[in-house]
Design a protein around this ligand. Structure first.
Ligand code: 5GP
Length: 193
């Protein structure tokens, strides 16, 4: 998606440790006009695919998932990262290793929000090693629902998540795939669409 790539070139900051900071429009401040364009693009890419629900992960997936859901006209469920007293009933969970915080945690979804045979689209802001998206797919399948696809705003193609999940047969659609980035020169190269 050219508009997104341009924005990453303009405002993205490359950090050591393979981290791309896009907090001026995606991860902290959110550019809703851009989010709407991304919503339309996900809808275009998944045209003809039946989507009953979107599943994302707190916190930074929620904003984009909520906007994307307006184009699919479906509810959004977000996986929680910690047990809370507000969670009751049967829970589905999967272990996830955080890329940005370098720690392991459980992601949790109340099973009442995922039903057998529902078609669920996973949406997240970034894909690095694919751990977050794989955890969400695991939860969907534990609910006997179907993974309709995985929609990612920025995939870092030089990390192995995208290849791993495509290798497992999931349809992964990323709006921008970073092929390489250099924090020293602040240069970035994207995979061609
Ligand atoms: P994965 O589970 O694929 O290794 O990492 C995905 C999660 O880590 C995303 O939900 C995102 O929040 C975070 N993440 C991974 N790489 C980056 C990055 O380069 N920049 C930012 N801002 N977040 C990232």
């Amino acid at each position: 998606m050219e508009l997104l790539k341009e924005r990453i070139r303009k405002d993205g900051v490359m950090k050591p440790g393979n981290v791309l900071k896009v907090d001026s429009f995606l991860n902290h401040q959110m550019d809703i006009e851009l989010f709407n364009e991304m919503g339309k693009e996900f809808k275009r890419r998944f045209e003809g695919v039946k989507i009953d629900k979107i599943l994302t992960i707190e916190a930074s997936g929620i904003g984009i998932a909520a906007i994307v859901a307006q184009y699919f006209k479906c509810p959004v469920v977000f996986a929680k990262k910690s047990q809370s007293i507000n969670l009751d009933g049967t829970m589905l969970s999967a272990p996830v290793e955080s890329f940005t915080h370098k720690r392991k945690y459980e992601v949790i979804v109340a099973s009442k929000f995922l039903h057998p045979d529902e078609n669920v689209l996973v949406i997240d802001d970034f894909m690095a090693n694919g751990c977050a998206a794989a955890g969400l797919c695991q939860i969907i399948e534990a609910a006997h629902a179907n993974v309709a696809g995985i929609g990612i705003v920025i995939e870092k193609g030089f990390q192995h998540g995208g290849a791993m999940l495509r290798g497992r047969g999931y349809r992964v659609e990323s709006l921008a795939i970073v092929e390489e980035m250099d924090p020293e020169t602040q240069t970035i190269r994207f995979r061609e669409d």
